[in-house]
Design a protein around this ligand. Structure first.
Ligand code: ADP
Ligand code: MG
Length: 164
C-alpha cells in the first residue's frame, strides 16, 4: 500500500466527510451512502448531520438543486485507502464521473482527516474548497464545531486551491 504521508498506525483519527447529491432520490443516496460508509471495515461511525438543500454552483445553469450533509467517522484506514472505498461506494450508487461539480447521484469528499495535511495528485486535505462552502460549513459546525473551529484557525488562509 502506498501513500504520500505517514501511516495512521493503530490509532484512529476523526475524519469529516462531505456528502452531496443532485440527481434522483437525493435523500436516499445520501442516507444510504452514509450507511455504506458506516459498514466499512476500519470505520467507526459517529454521526451524520442534517441535510441542507442548496442551488448548484460551479457548473453552469439549470443544474438540479443539491442536498448535502456532513458525516463524522473515526478510522484507522490510510487516507488514500479510505478514498478508494468512498469512490467504490459512489460508483455503487450509479455515480458517473463526467465534469467536476456537475450533476451526480452521490459525491463523498474527505474534508478533514484528523490534522493531516495532504497534497498529492489524488488527494488534497483539508478539502481545498471546504471553507468557502456554506453547504459544508453549516452541517459541519452542527456535528463537529470544535474540529471546524480548530481547522478554520489553522488552515483557512493557508490552503492554496487555485489548482483544484
Ligand atoms: P468533485 O471535486 O466535484 O468532488 P470528483 O468527486 O469527481 O469531483 O473528484 C475528483 C477527484 O478529486 C477525485 O478523483 C479525487 O482523486 C480528487 N480529490 C482530491 N482531494 C479530494 C478529497 N479531499 N476528497 C475527495 N476527492 C478528492
Ligand atoms: Mg468528490
Amino acid at each position: 500500500m502506498k501513500s504520500n504521508i505517514v501511516s495512521v498506525g493503530k490509532d484512529s483519527v476523526d475524519v469529516l466527510l462531505g456528502f452531496g447529491s443532485n440527481l434522483g432520490d437525493r435523500r436516499r443516496f445520501i442516507e444510504s451512502g452514509w450507511l455504506s460508509v458506516c459498514g466499512l471495515e476500519g470505520v467507526e461511525p459517529i454521526c451524520l448531520s442534517s441535510l441542507i438543500e442548496t442551488v448548484a454552483v460551479g457548473c453552469g445553469e439549470n443544474q438540479p438543486d443539491f442536498l448535502n450533509a456532513v458525516g463524522l467517522i473515526r478510522t484507522n484506514l490510510y487516507p488514500e485507502i479510505l478514498l478508494d472505498k468512498l469512490q467504490a461506494i459512489e460508483y455503487s450508487f450509479g455515480r458517473v464521473r463526467t465534469i467536476r461539480w456537475c450533476a451526480r447521484t452521490l459525491d463523498i469528499d474527505i474534508l478533514l482527516f484528523g490534522d493531516f495535511v495532504i497534497d498529492s495528485p489524488r488527494l488534497k486535505i483539508p478539502h481545498p474548497l471546504m471553507f468557502e462552502r456554506d453547504f459544508v460549513l453549516i452541517p459541519a459546525k452542527e456535528i463537529a464545531s470544535e474540529m471546524i473551529k480548530t481547522a478554520e484557525k489553522k488552515f483557512k488562509f493557508a490552503i492554496r486551491n487555485s489548482d483544484f
